[in-house]
Design a protein around this ligand. Structure first.
Ligand code: ATP
Ligand code: MG
Length: 420
């Protein structure tokens, strides 16, 4: 029969890969703990309306990337393409915002129907932070610092923090008309995608991945020129806070995020080692979103970090080689009674906190020894029929030929290993 394969863009993570993922997750958890950021877990499936309203109908994500379907009750459901809308929904639904500012993080799979390529999948993973109910410019810098320090601690080099200010709604309305006029004047030189966006979502043209369009845009009016004095002032405060924290950044006047809810600070952390998919982490301020989703007016700032791209960077750098669990003890046995004794020994070892692997093959001892050796274990415990009859075990040091094999009552093995 033909074997069934995973869906396009849906990726398995095998045991040789997961140690690196676990290390990243553990490091992130520790950083969030120290920053007093609590974990929130929301469903993978939400009402389609949440993303349509939250992210914006004219975005790529909502327009063409969502996994949307009708459930058996004819409700339109969508597999979450990002985390922020769900976190905000949950915060509103559970009245968290009435309890003061919320410092939240989430992690897990996201789903976008995109063309799969290196660093771009249809199921991918993000961890993200959302600080809800914080309006001050220092909170923007704090959110950025949490991401920056996490990446530094993980040992990712060569990262660049790019920041921009998207200003207020009024700023963007003013800028939009300037930009549209300019885009219309350069209509023929734009790629087809960008030409379409002039009408639907002109600011998104700035985010075009087309190199020719990007080159052309260097002559376009920038948001910075359209910002009102207060927006300028706010952006200056964010930059000053970053400078005082010693976090280097570059200004990118064309940085706009893919989601419509951002205003004021927008940022991306990028790496030139990732090719076209350069952004590892992106985020910014989204003061309007909570209200837009039916909650009280709430200032907020947050970010999301793509784990696949982070893993690519760490594997390219050769840092943190995989560290599959090496057993402390490898248990070899042959024959019914011996296998039962071995099983009990394994369980006791695990209860005592040791990493214990059991060879269940019943194969010749020579074969089992080879596997024990390959496992990297320090010790092998061998139970043959004779040993089983006596309740004994032969303990063999696998890495030091000087050490003599020892025949012990099975109960004594763990004691000895605990001391070794
Ligand atoms: P891009 O411009 O690369 O499509 P985006 O602006 O759509 O990214 P966000 O929605 O801001 O990305 O998501 C934050 C991060 O999640 C990205 O910077 C990236 O690291 C990661 N990410 C987004 N989409 C994917 C995907 N399809 N596959 C893998 N990682 C992704
Ligand atoms: Mg995208």
């Amino acid at each position: 029969m033909e074997a069934i394969q995973s869906l396009r863009g849906m990726v398995d993570l095998l045991p040789v890969q997961t140690p690196l993922w676990q290390r990243i997750e553990a490091t992130a958890r520790e950083h969030f703990r120290r920053a007093a950021i609590g974990e929130i877990r929301t469903p993978l499936l939400e009402a389609t309306e949440l993303f349509a309203r939250g992210i914006g109908e004219a975005t790529d994500v909502v327009g063409k990337e969502m996994y949307t379907f009708l459930d058996r009750g004819d409700r339109s459901c969508t597999l979450r393409p990002e985390g922020t809308a769900s976190v905000v929904r949950a915060a509103i639904e559970h009245g968290l915002l009435a309890q003061g500012p919320q410092r939240l993080w989430y992690g897990g799979p996201m789903f976008r129907y995109e063309r799969p390529q290196k660093g771009r999948q249809r199921q991918f993973h993000q961890i993200g932070v959302e600080l809800l109910g914080v309006a001050d410019a220092t909170s923007d810098a704090e959110a950025i610092a949490v991401a920056w320090d996490l990446l530094a601690d993980l040992g990712v080099d060569g990262l660049e923090l790019e920041i921009n200010s998207l200003g207020t709604n009024d700023d963007r309305v003013r800028y939009r008309s300037e930009l549209v006029a300019w885009l219309q004047a350069h209509h023929d030189q734009l790629d087809a995608d960008s030409q379409q966006r002039i009408a639907t979502n002109p600011l998104r043209v700035l985010d075009s991945k087309n190199p020719a369009t990007q080159a052309l845009l260097s002559g376009a009016p920038t948001l910075a020129d359209a910002l009102a004095g207060e927006s300028h002032e706010r952006f200056a405060q964010v930059r000053q806070a970053l400078e005082e924290l010693g976090i280097p950044f570059v200004l990118n006047p064309r940085l706009v995020r893919g989601l419509d809810y951002y205003g004021h600070t927008a940022f991306e952390i990028t790496s030139s080692q990732l090719g076209a998919q350069a952004t590892v982490c992106g985020g910014g301020r989204y003061d309007g979103l909570v209200e837009q989703l039916g909650g009280p007016p709430t200032a907020a700032v947050g970010w999301a970090l793509g784990l696949e791209r982070l893993v690519l960077l760490l594997s390219q750098a050769g840092t943190m080689a995989s560290e599959a669990a090496v057993p402390d003890l490898y248990v070899i046995s042959r024959g019914g009674a011996a296998e039962r004794l071995a099983l009990g020994l394994c369980r006791q070892g695990r209860q005592a906190g040791l990493v214990v692997e059991r060879d269940p093959s019943g194969a010749a001892f020579g074969k089992q020894f080879k596997r024990a050796d390959r496992s990297g274990a320090l010790w092998a415990a061998v139970v043959g029929e004779e040993e089983a009859a006596e309740g004994a075990v032969v303990l063999k040091h696998l890495r030091d030929p000087q050490q003599q094999d020892r025949r012990l009552p099975s109960g004594a093995v763990l004691e000895l290993l605990a001391k070794a």
